[in-house]
Ligand binder design. Sequence first.
Ligand code: AQP
Length: 328
Amino acid sequence: RKQIVSAIQPTGEPHLGNYLGALKQWVSLQDQHDNCVFGLADNHVFTSKITAKQVRQNTLKQTAVLLSLGLDPDKVILYKHSAVLQHTALAWLLSTAATSGLISKLRMLPQYKEKSQVHDNLGLLTYPVLMSADILLFHGTHIPVGEDQNIHIEFCNSIAQYFNRAYKCEVFQTVSQLLTTSPRVKSLADPSLKMSKSYGKASGVIGMLDTDDQIRKKVKKAVTDSFGPITVDQDERPGVYNLLLLLSAVSDTHFREVCRKYEYRNVVELKNDLSECLVGTVGPVRDRALELLGDIGYVEKVLSVGAEKASEIAEKNLDSIYRTIGLK
Ligand code: AQP
């Protein structure tokens, strides 16, 4: 049986990369599986420089966007991780099984290397352990995340094996990643970086709550090159390539078809068409989310009902892990 588990960090407002890489899939998975567990990974956000109040506000905003994308709290479990204490309890237990091989791996992970330059702490280093606990607590087997998370899924499988060995049991099975057809979305301000909530310039990020005007301005200013009419070359023309990829993903059109249509045309035409396509996709999601945020009581209620459901499973699963290793 497939167990779908995934999460998003409320570091800020969700962006187009999060939507294409993960959230879009969450919505379609809810109709294919009756056991999807989707979390707002607020515990993780404390590894960056942010106040608890901001984390709480971001969590509500992200929840509103998820609901407006069509996530149905009657079909999925939607909750914030900090409301379910078993996440951190299991993370601790897992960390006791991770010996030297995994400890040295943690320092080498790209996300740690990038983020620790801005703000370093022990939580940031051990983030993949907590992420593993987030998945393993629900015995996740299929994890719909963007391809940038591949390395963390590998880490999760490793730590699960270390745990099984250390405690001489077969508590955890192998976790696999559900790859999206959408590629990693790059920043519009610097196509060498991925589009991200917490690093890189804000002008490079299309937020799911951006106004039409903001979207148009950001696309207009997107960094490309001075090579003239459009040609498709990922290495030499990463900015133009990213715009083509975005248009393909947002319009659900095959990349090759988009390339054929725009090759030798002017970049401005591509930007204009992309802007309008983005406004058409993001606009209705933003409007519904803002409406929901006007009724914050409802959004909070969704999270508290979700936390009750998640806690019930988490309690049972952690209890069973304790029993298997002989603690109970
Ligand atoms: N640029 C991206 N392209 C495709 N998928 C992406 N995801 C993130 N950025 C891109 C996917 O979004 C999901 C939620 O991400 P996250 O909140 O867990 O954190 P992240 O992967 O580290 O994403 P960000 O936006 O860069 O957040 P911060 O700034 O908080 O680190 C994941 O499934 C991810 O693959």
